[in-house]
Design a protein around this ligand. Structure first.
Ligand SMILES: Cc1cc2nc3c(=O)[nH]c(=O)nc-3n(C[C@H](O)[C@H](O)[C@H](O)COP(=O)(O)O)c2cc1C
Length: 328
């Protein structure tokens, strides 16, 4: 056990850096490179609920001339769904065989769709944990927050019932009462919260006057939201917090551990700076621990969390008062 080893959702990690779900983790080769670079764990690139549904609809369309009987369409739908899910499960299975570090499967979904019928298969093929990235864009004016929240809760409850694997939720913070929702998920025996997801946002091409895809990389200052919420919640939850979104260097990692995170997820910093970022972050952490005389995370993790401070209200400030004295 090294001085920077940690546990996350009951999994043993040799260090707190998890490579998040992304192109870095979409192939066996990529996953192996993450391990070789020193990652503590990996989250495999997600399988997408809508992709499963779209691809099976496409396969049905392509076979429509042969599908003269309604049962035929149902059969093709089932086969095509299985085809895409099987491919994903094969990748997870190969990764768990080839890697010594924990391999976390990831499902990207909106609702309690048919994909939940397949949840038990993740444990059969040896995944170490399952991360659910559920997001409902609340853009329908007819939907009130209670209805949307109940959709999240139903899904988590259904998935929890179907698997005993360590289960994490990768969340955004745009619930009206985020702390209340987290508590409700925590009461459902979720094992981890990944805070926060970073959402894809379309962009506009002003030359062509049309929409264009965009890659929404984080910036090194973006970890602040995860820092605040990790500090506010970590000491009050059963589940572990894995901080994410804008973790670019060892200093951010240390701050997130001080606020109570068990681990962090990193994507943009590696996509931009290469896999050596993992080693650099870990050595900044080890050097800092040496300087402070800390032998393990027990000595300092969560030391600056809301619950541990004499004046915790500082974590509750969200409006500026007087933090800058500048002249214009
Ligand atoms: C190109 C790209 C692809 C991503 N694909 C996924 C994905 O399939 N599933 C997922 O849960 N998150 C995905 N993410 C989000 C990342 O896992 C991560 O949550 C986000 O980038 C914030 O972390 P960072 O600040 O370290 O980049 C993707 C991010 C990027 C940049």
């Amino acid at each position: 056990m090294s001085k920077i080893s940690t546990t996350y959702m009951g999994l043993e990690l040799k260090n707190p850096i998890i490579v998040g779900s992304s192109p870095l983790t979409s192939t066996l080769e990529g996953l192996k490179k993450c391990e070789d670079a020193g990652a503590g764990a990996v989250v495999v690139k997600s399988i997408f609920e809508e992709q499963i549904d779209q691809d099976s609809a496409k396969m049905i369309k392509e076979s429509s001339e042969y599908l003269t009987h309604a049962d035929g369409a149902a059969f093709v739908e089932e086969v095509s769904r299985n085809y895409y899910i099987d491919n994903y499960l094969t990748l997870i299975e190969k990764a768990t065989d080839a890697l010594d570090i924990p391999v976390i499967a990831s499902v990207n979904c909106r609702s309690l769709g048919s994909w939940t019928d397949y949840v038990d298969r993740f444990s059969n093929i040896g995944a170490d944990a399952l991360e659910i990235n559920q997001y409902i864009l609340p853009s329908d004016m007819a939907d009130d927050s209670a209805r949307i929240e109940s959709e999240y809760l139903q899904l988590v409850s259904a998935v929890r019932e179907k698997t005993s694997l360590p289960l994490s939720l990768k969340l955004g913070n745009s619930f009206s009462s985020f702390a209340h929702m987290i508590k409700r998920f925590d009461d459902m025996n979720v094992d981890g919260f990944v805070m926060f997801n970073r959402f894809y946002q379309p962009d506009i091409d002003i030359a062509k006057l049309s929409l264009k895809p965009s890659v929404n990389f984080s910036n090194p200052d973006d970890y602040g939201l995860a820092l605040q919420w990790t500090a506010l919640l970590s000491a009050y939850l059963e589940a572990d917090i894995c901080a994410s979104n804008g973790v670019h260097d060892g200093e951010a990692l240390i701050k997130l551990l001080l606020s109570g995170a068990k681990a962090v997820q990193v994507v943009t910093a590696i996509l931009k700076g290469g896999l050596s970022v993992i080693g650099e972050m870990n050595s900044t952490l080890e050097k800092w621990m040496d300087e402070k005389g800390f032998d393990s995370f027990v000595d300092f993790r969560g030391k600056l969390a809301h619950k541990r401070l004499d004046n915790p209200a500082v974590w509750e400030r969200s409006q500026y008062m007087k933090s800058l004295n500048v002249e214009f």
